[in-house]
Write a protein of this length. Structure first.
Length: 262
């Protein structure tokens, strides 16, 4: 399902802490941060009606098979990585999908490409708009995930959380994004593209699996009540070789995507 958002619809979901971090303002006095936020909100109001934000998701019947998740309709296997560090819990995202029958959400969000291309005349404004575009893509993921939990998937129909609670991830389930610690292999974006068609919201992939516009987010939605985020960290050569085999790609190719995890 594709969803078109006005900027004003997703702006309330912006996590301003990350915006301040991007400006290296997180340790500044509160008054300075609020002044920057007011300027950012004025910019958002100027952008309203000129640019839009987009969401895309599908819910698939699925089940786990070892460290893979199998999409029921197509039989497609999505390979995940497992923690191997000593003393850790050795978690894998597939652990939170039932081995017989479950559902898996696949999603992406993005912004109009003009938010990254239309402000070259002013370096400061370009930076402001780019950082806001990043926040809007993340905010759209937050907004869309809330609707999925409460309505489309409907496993948490009575959820009533404040914005602070949403940002603290106090909802049931997780939304691991590609490129983040539990999902470090950006080539997974090619699987996501084949499943939901990223071009529907204007996203194109580079050879490395990076998304354009840069202000885009992709990943999965998992409903398991005990699911949580974790970092894969370093993996051994045994898992690396097995993962390349499960991904159906040469080890030389996978090595490029997992250089920091080997």
């Amino acid at each position: 399902m594709k969803i078109d958002y006005d900027i004003s619809q997703v702006a309330p979901y912006i996590n301003w802490d990350y915006f301040f971090y991007a400006w290296a303002m997180h340790n500044k006095p509160e008054a300075e941060k609020q002044k920057l936020r007011q300027e950012a909100e004025q910019t958002l109001r100027r952008l309203e009606g000129r640019y839009r934000v987009y969401g895309l998701f599908e819910l698939f019947d699925a089940h786990s098979d070892g460290d893979d998740v199998v999409i029921a309709d197509s039989g497609r296997h999505i390979a995940f990585l497992r923690q191997q560090q000593q003393g850790g819990e050795c978690l894998c995202l597939a652990d939170f999908i039932h081995p017989q029958h479950d559902r898996l959400g696949v999603f992406a969000t993005s912004v109009d490409s003009g938010l990254e291309a239309d402000f070259d005349h002013d370096a400061y404004e370009k930076m402001m708009v780019q950082l806001l575009a990043d926040r809007l893509a993340e905010a759209a993921a937050e907004c869309m995930h809330e609707d999925v939990r409460k309505h489309y998937w409907g496993y948490a129909p009575d959820e009533q959380l404040s914005m602070e609670q949403l940002h603290a991830e106090q909802f049931q389930g997780i939304r691991p994004a590609v490129g983040y610690p539990s999902l470090p292999d950006t080539s997974i974006n090619f699987d996501i593209d084949q499943l939901i068609g990223l071009s529907k919201i204007g996203i194109r992939l580079t050879e490395s699996g990076a998304m354009k516009p840069h202000a885009s987010v992709s990943g999965f939605m998992i409903a398991h009540p005990q699911s949580r985020y974790f970092a894969i960290g370093k993996i051994g050569s045994d898992q690396f070789s097995d993962y390349a085999c499960r991904r159906g790609l040469p080890v030389e190719v996978i090595r490029k995507f997992l250089a920091t995890n080997i």
